[in-house]
Design a protein around this ligand. Sequence first.
Ligand SMILES: [Zn+2]
Length: 87
Amino acid sequence: MKNGICPRCHSANVYSSEKLRTETGNASSIPLSFFRSISLDNYVCANCGYVESYVSEPEMLSRIQDIWPQVNPPPEKRPERPHKTTL
Ligand SMILES: [Zn+2]
């Protein structure tokens, strides 16, 4: 999405709030904790309406890792046994 191409519909009609945030300080945000929030840059596809959000301050990513619980992926599936054919 950051490359200007919508991953859903592959349109190049993508707009970003990043410049507005740096110029005006206005940003959407999500709560990090009771005391702090994380500002986001939104990327919107004006063709299909798909939205992607990115944490705008890279240093907040380590704060998130400190505070939020990690989402654990499911245990890896066992590789299937190769199907033996008896000739
Ligand atoms: Zn799209």
